[in-house]
Design a protein around this ligand. Structure first.
Ligand code: ATP
Ligand code: MG
Length: 290
């Protein structure tokens, strides 16, 4: 019997089902501060702790996902920038996260801020990441690849939309929650038509839900109307513990595993793992796209 500490830590968590093939999920919403990175790192960690192998790619020059996963991303560290602009192999720059031996991370350094512009004159500039992922998957058997995107629909996000098969859109339960969602859906359709026919909006996750306010409940209802099939049953509550964890270089699952935030992200990860990709439907969604 394997009794190493990491094996024990996996066995204490619920084991999650392996997908039939690698699932590539892009966390996207061009609105800033809606919980993209918090969702990316906590879902990635929950999947890894559930016994699945996960690669997280940090596509945001802020490097918040790298920080939260305890990964060095000082200037000079090789990561996403080198993969996109210097044909460096993902396998040569991925680092193991202290969160779990199952979780590897491609870090983002501040160099990535220049990539939006440096990519413009490059050949096949939208397919750089997709090619790197295809090359990686030829040698690595990984259950999930998760991309954390910056708050914009520029070339970094576009590369992730071309490389992924599924979209996970976090929506903050606040005023103007659906503002910009129509634009995002049109971008997704454009990418689907021109660059990546496999792309689907698989999951919508309500974040920063505050059970004490009517507003949160109203936003939740509205989002479920627009995305009846995609919205997870699990809501992520507003919780100070969730915002504290990154400053310790940890996810909430390491920082405070019994907190409401940790429980919510474990449940959300279980839902994602168990339900697989969903094909979008619903007249309301078509209304938003117009
Ligand atoms: P950006 O667009 O800048 O990349 P983001 O969409 O990735 O932002 P996060 O960085 O995950 O958003 O979250 C924004 C802020 O809100 C952070 O300070 C984070 O710690 C905090 N936060 C995220 N989720 C919650 C939550 N459920 N409860 C309380 N605070 C949260
Ligand atoms: Mg972020």
């Amino acid at each position: 019997m394997n009794s190493s500490p990491s094996a024990l830590s996996v066995s204490r968590e619920t084991r999650l089902p392996h997908p039939a093939q690698t699932r590539t999920i892009v966390i996207v919403n061009q609105k800033g501060g809606v919980g993209k990175t918090t969702t990316a790192v906590n879902i990635a960690s929950a999947l890894a702790r559930g016994g699945l192998t996960v690669l997280m790619m940090d596509l945001d020059p802020q490097g918040n996902a790298s920080t939260a996963l305890g990964i060095d991303h000082q200037p000079g560290t090789s990561g996403t920038y080198e993969v996109l602009l210097q044909h460096t192999r993902i396998a040569d720059v991925e680092q193991e996260s202290p969160e779990s031996e199952n979780l590897h991370v491609v870090p983002a350094t501040i160099d990535l801020a220049g990539a939006e512009i440096e990519l413009v004159p490059q050949v096949a500039r939208e397919q750089r990441l997709s090619k790197a992922i295809t090359q990686y998957l030829a040698d690595s058997d990984v259950d999930y690849i998760i991309f954390d995107c910056p708050p914009s629909l520029g070339l970094l996000t576009l590369n992730a939309l071309v490389a992924a098969n599924e979209i996970l859109m976090p929506i903050q339960c606040e005023y103007y929650a659906l503002e910009g969602v129509g634009h995002l859906l049109r971008t997704i359709n454009m990418v689907k038509d021109e660059l990546n026919p496999d792309l689907e909006l698989g999951t919508v996750l309500l974040t920063m839900f505050d059970a004490r306010t009517k507003l949160s409940a109203q936003v939740g209802e509205q989002v479920r109307e627009f995305f009846p099939d995609q919205t997870l049953v699990t809501l992520i509550p507003r919780s100070v513990r969730l915002s504290e964890a990154p400053s310790y270089g940890q996810t909430i699952l390491g920082y405070d595993p019994q907190s409401v935030g940790a429980r919510a992200y474990r449940k959300a990860a279980t839902e994602i793992a168990e339900r697989g990709a969903r094909v979008p439907s619903g007249a309301a969604r078509r209304g938003l796209e117009r």
